[in-house]
Design a protein around this ligand. Structure first.
Ligand code: ATP
Ligand code: CA
Ligand code: CA
Length: 176
């Protein structure tokens, strides 16, 4: 699976009425608590990969993300599977993986046609909007990215607003 994703800073109070106007359906709210790991033999900050355990309401998901595939969005391979949080963290530590940092946020999830829209309120960082399309085939990447930017134009957002910095990098940047 490839996630085609665009992230921008956004004032949620301005976005909500627009979501309503276009008939977006709210599909959920999650309190997400993410722990990122790095391998002793490979710094994922340098390789632009990600290894993460996300816990949400008693469940946990393990995610691997590959390097970003273009220069304007956050498009990349994404693999996810349910796990037991404590056991998985113990396995990583046993193998010498270290915690690279943590990100906590409240995510409200909407669906507008095929586009998944997330209103993220990230602890210590503020409010963001992420839009995503999941594609199976690499040949659909460019058209999906274009669809997302076209979708975002309804919110007055354009390509130059796209943020490719991850929440983790922003959180770590704040600490330094
Ligand atoms: P998702 O879209 O999967 O719900 P998210 O929106 O919470 O995730 P993003 O900022 O989109 O978070 O993506 C997580 C990011 O963390 C990835 O872009 C990844 O490159 C980055 N990352 C992972 N590990 C490290 C690390 N060790 N150092 C710096 N950045 C990292
Ligand atoms: Ca995503
Ligand atoms: Ca994201």
């Amino acid at each position: 699976m490839i996630e085609v994703e665009v992230k921008v800073r956004a004032d949620h109070s301005k976005i909500r009425p627009l979501l309503e106007k276009i008939g977006a359906n709210k599909i959920g709210v999650e309190e997400q608590s993410d722990t990122y790991f790095s391998a002793p033999y490979r710094d994922f900050a340098n390789t632009d990969e990600a290894l993460r355990i996300r816990s949400l309401g008693g469940q946990a998901v393990l995610t691997y993300k590959g390097p970003k595939l273009d220069k304007v969005s956050k498009t990349r391979e994404e693999l996810e599977t349910p796990v037991d949080e404590a056991t998985t963290a113990k396995i990583f530590r046993a193998l010498g993986f270290s915690e690279a940092g943590a990100v906590r946020k409240k995510r409200e999830i909407f669906r507008a046609g095929e586009v998944i829209v997330c209103l993220d309120a990230v602890e210590g960082l503020g409010e963001f909007l992420e839009v995503e399309l999941d594609v199976e085939d690499e040949k659909d990447l460019e058209s999906s990215r274009e669809k997302l930017f076209e979708f975002l134009s309804q919110f007055g957002v354009d390509e130059k607003d796209s943020i490719r910095t991850s929440y983790l990098e922003m959180v770590l940047g704040k600490k330094n």
